[in-house]
Design a protein around this ligand. Structure first.
Ligand code: PEP
Length: 251
């Protein structure tokens, strides 16, 4: 059910500096053997994309972004378009992160439009879905996640949807120090794979939410999981390197 090589995506959120890009990428690139066989992607803030692109050039780590405009160009002050990101060598883009859904007003229509923009320039959208603690307590996790996926699926169709990476990120697990249990991850992701399979779609499903170097191997080796989306633990090079290496060992 998983997809061949595991993926680890680091989401720096609104953190980092030119100095961090320099020291972080040096550590990662000097120790490539530790994570050979998995795909690593780093998503710094927009202002550090060019420095990160330069530092990663020629190496195995891919460049990702944390957001993209739903518009292609024009009078959208402060927005960054998909063609702009692609021109910097950005290969993936996180879309629909719960922090943007909750505090930037991103609804399913906007998220679907962003996915279309990313695909139109050949970037892989990493579509984030996940339930709140209340929805989980009501037993609604599966339904909530499927609803978030279906809106995008209906907007773009199954052929394009199959080009996405989906990250299952329970909102209550993000930045909380508590991951979802492996049983819960398996239940939700098995159900997603099964529903998508009925539509002829197979895609990589990642897990995100308080992943660290200690739990990465166990979670990433679940049969339904193709990798990890990592926030806090992607900011410290030594920890992220160990997380990637533990994922590679379990792959
Ligand atoms: C995230 O923000 O996508 C995330 C998974 O964060 P953290 O790893 O810090 O929980």
């Amino acid at each position: 059910m998983g997809v061949k090589s595991k993926i680890v995506i680091g989401n720096w959120k609104m953190n980092g500096s030119a100095e961090l890009v320099e020291s972080f990428t040096r550590t990662m690139l000097d120790n490539q053997a530790a994570y050979a066989g998995i795909r690593v992607v780093l998503c710094p803030p927009f202002t550090l994309l060019q420095a990160m692109a330069d530092a990663l050039e020629g190496g195995p780590i891919l460049l990702g972004a944390q957001n993209v405009s739903e518009f292609e160009q024009g009078a959208h002050t402060g927005e960054i378009s998909a063609p702009m990101l692609a021109s910097m060598g950005t290969k993936m883009v996180i879309i629909g992160h719960s922090e943007r859904r909750a505090s930037r007003g991103e609804n399913d229509r906007i998220i679907a439009a962003k996915v279309k923009q990313a695909l139109s320039v050949g970037m892989v959208p990493v579509l984030c879905v996940g339930e709140t603690a209340e929805e989980k307590a009501r037993g609604d996790s599966g339904a909530v996640v499927w609803q978030q996926l279906s809106v995008v699926l209906h907007a773009i169709g199954s052929e394009l949807f199959g080009q996405l990476i989906v990250a299952y990120e329970p909102i209550w697990a993000i930045g909380s120090g508590s991951t979802a249990s492996t049983d819960d991850i398996l239940t939700i992701t098995t159900a997603i794979h099964a529903k998508l399979a009925q539509l002829g779609i197979q895609l990589p499903l990642l897990y995100g939410g308080s992943v660290n170097a200690g739990n990465a191997a166990q979670i990433s080796s679940l049969p339904t999981i193709s990798g990890l989306l990592v926030g806090g633990a992607s900011l410290q090079a030594g920890q992220f390197l160990l997380l990637c290496s533990n994922t590679a060992k379990g792959a």
